[in-house]
Write a protein that binds this ligand. Structure first.
Ligand SMILES: NC(=O)c1ccc[n+]([C@@H]2O[C@H](COP(=O)([O-])OP(=O)(O)OC[C@H]3O[C@@H](n4cnc5c(N)ncnc54)[C@H](OP(=O)(O)O)[C@@H]3O)[C@@H](O)[C@H]2O)c1
Length: 262
């Protein structure tokens, strides 16, 4: 598989570079980053710590996509509009894990998915996919007598809050409790909690890769369902699997559940 990487100098982009470089069936053909990136022109293998691989970091998306069958994107929502337009034009399958997307970003993803296969997932790990399934089951079984609250913990450099994964877990709860309304933080005299609210909180600090806990709080008992990521390569491996899955698929939106087969 001929692969291009967008956001290649970021924490995730470097992890994808390392995983793709190790894989015998993958050739990295392009690596892109922002126009102000001080590393432009440098070999991305060297930046990722795997030695020279002969691919220079570029800010030119069109040339970075030349010859690529799949693109993996971990960047920022501001970058995605142009990226998806170019990928669609080039006929390249897209895997994106970028979070914090606004309505315009979602519209662009949907538009691109009319022309190319697109896998977007807030979290590329199997564990979080299973956690979402468990949350759905638990919230359904526990019913209205249990309050649902979600906490995500991430490193100090994360720019969006709550995390895309926290939002995904909230959606899993809402699939079986459509009455639940998101409350993003609480401050001041907010009054007693109502049964139909679902607090979502982002804790930020240190180098935490990503922890998520769904609290199910009843009378005299509570459940805490937690996923902890301890290695960023987890998400990179998921993204590479998603790229292998997407190449050759008909245009459309695909989920990580499609990739993982469940
Ligand atoms: N789905 C998942 O499983 C998963 C897992 C982890 C992270 N994420 C998400 O992935 C994204 C990236 O995370 P990260 O930790 O790797 O962030 P990061 O270290 O800040 O890296 C972001 C990368 O994107 C580039 N970039 C940012 N804005 C750009 C723009 N406007 N145009 C072109 N390139 C741009 C950056 O280049 P410059 O340095 O030049 O700006 C950098 O290479 C975030 O949205 C994060 O929430 C998803």
């Amino acid at each position: 598989m001929k692969l291009a990487i967008f956001g290649a100098t970021g924490r995730m982009g470097q992890a994808v570079t390392r995983i793709a470089h190790e894989a015998e069936d993958i050739q990295i053909v392009g690596a892109m980053s922002g126009a102000d990136d001080p590393h432009l022109g440098r070999d991305i293998g060297e930046l990722a710590g795997v030695g020279t691989i002969g691919v220079e970091l570029s800010a030119d998306i069109a040339s970075g996509l030349l010859g690529a069958e799949a693109l993996i994107d971990f960047s920022s929502p501001q970058a995605t509009e142009e990226l998806f337009a170019q990928a669609q034009r080039a006929g390249v399958a897209v895997v994106s894990g970028t979070t914090g997307m606004d309505d315009a970003g979602w519209a662009m993803i949907d538009q691109a998915a009319q022309k190319v296969p697109v896998v977007w997932a807030a979290n590329m790990s199997r564990g979080v996919q299973v956690l979402a399934e468990v949350v759905r089951h638990a919230v359904e079984r526990l019913g209205l007598e249990f309050d649902v609250e979600i906490v995500d913990v991430h490193h100090r450099k994360k720019v969006d809050s709550p995390s895309g994964t926290a939002i995904r877990l909230a959606e899993a709860a809402q699939e079986v409790r459509p009455d639940l309304k998101e409350v993003r933080g609480r401050d001041g005299i907010v009054g007693a909690r109502s049964t139909d609210e679902m607090g979502i909180f982002g804790v930020r600090g240190g180098d935490v890769i990503g922890d998520h806990t769904v609290h199910l709080l009843g009378n005299g008992e509570r459940l805490e369902l937690t996923h902890r990521a301890t290695d960023r390569s987890l998400f990179a491996r998921g993204a590479v699997s998603a790229a292998r899955f997407a190449v050759g698929k008909p245009p459309g939106r695909y989920t990580i559940a499609d990739v993982l087969g469940g």
